[in-house]
Design a protein around this ligand. Structure first.
Ligand SMILES: Nc1ncnc2c1ncn2[C@@H]1O[C@H](COP(=O)(O)OP(=O)(O)OP(=O)(O)O)[C@@H](O)[C@H]1O
Ligand SMILES: [Mg+2]
Length: 292
């Protein structure tokens, strides 16, 4: 069972959209995928129409009351795709957990139990909130790897230095095997020079870590959640559906999870999350900016 955080502390960059549609694409490839809603806004749960009533089992009760994934997981309309949903109760979790011993490891323990059970999925995708607090830390401690969705906009690299710094510290102190699996460019507009320039800059900084397929701006992607659907039910032939399918194929290839291919070797040594020369190029100018 592989666990991936979909994380970026910037808001509205496509984390939830990527989580729902990548998860659906991977399930349609034949993988068993669990989506976990770690955001108190509960957008992922709402987009599958699976938001629990207040007090019902949810990711909130899993983190604060000892519920297991078996207690909170619900099926979705897509075969092989399930969701551990949350509701607005999760808003209180950060402060409730603040005095809890080992609070950043609660999700990892629950996922370890799931991995040992007969219902273990092949892949778990964690939809993180737009912040780097206890909930995101739980995600990073529990994850084998990380996908960072970015918007093809001027501020795309803003905040990356902070995120890379947190990832490095998590890797050094809490989770030595965590890796950056990829950077996903969403909200891409072919017509705009700016989108192309931002992608060029990302490619210069991060090279192969950037998924070669980008998700174009597509109104169908924004509409699908209001129908409780992923793009594969709402508009299965549109460009965004094709793009998410391609990114899912690339991801399962990178992770060695293609059904008909032998698993690739997973590097376990605690090497840097991105090559030193890459993180230096990204971090230094941005850290200077942040310090100003
Ligand atoms: N490629 C796209 N084309 C058009 N709309 C998009 C696209 N990707 C995302 N959106 C829309 O942009 C908004 C933000 O996307 P999303 O909720 O996935 O971002 P997020 O990073 O999860 O946000 P938050 O930080 O608030 O959790 C949503 O309304 C979503 O429907
Ligand atoms: Mg979101």
């Amino acid at each position: 069972m592989q666990v991936i955080s979909i994380i970026n502390q910037k808001g509205g960059v496509g984390k939830t959209t990527s989580c729902a549609n990548l998860g659906a694409a991977l399930a349609l490839q034949g993988l068993r995928v669990l989506l976990v809603d770690l955001d108190p806004q509960a957008h992922l749960s709402i987009s599958f129409d699976r938001m629990p009533e207040p007090g019902d089992p949810s990711v909130y009760t899993l983190l604060t009351q000892g519920h297991s994934f078996a207690d909170v997981t619900q099926p979705t309309q897509i075969d092989g795709l399930s969701i551990a949903p949350t509701n607005l109760d999760l808003t209180g979790a950060e402060s409730e957990l603040s005095s809890e011993i080992g609070r950043e490891g609660i999700l990892r323990l629950a996922l370890n139990d799931l991995a040992r059970s007969k219902n273990a999925p092949d892949l778990v995708l964690l939809d993180c909130p737009p912040s780097l607090g206890t909930l995101s830390l739980n995600a990073l401690v529990a994850s084998d790897s990380v996908i960072v969705p970015l918007q093809a906009e001027f501020f795309a690299l803003q905040g990356m230095a902070q995120l890379l710094d947190v990832l490095e510290r998590v890797k050094r102190r809490l989770n030595p095997s965590i890796e950056l699996a990829g950077i996903l460019v969403g909200l891409y507009s072919k017509q705009r020079n700016l989108s192309r320039e931002v992608v060029q800059e990302l490619n210069d900084h991060f090279g192969d870590l950037v998924f070669p397929t980008h998700v174009n701006v597509n109104v169908r992607l924004a509409e699908a959640p209001s129908h409780g659907q992923t793009i594969f039910e709402y508009a299965p032939d549109c460009g965004a559906a094709i793009q998410f399918r391609e990114i899912a194929r690339e991801l399962s290839d990178r992770l060695g999870m293609l059904k008909d291919e032998p698993p690739a070797c997973q590097p376990q040594a605690a090497k840097k999350i991105v090559p030193a020369e890459v993180s230096a190029r990204v971090s230094e100018p941005l850290l200077e900016q942040e310090a100003e």
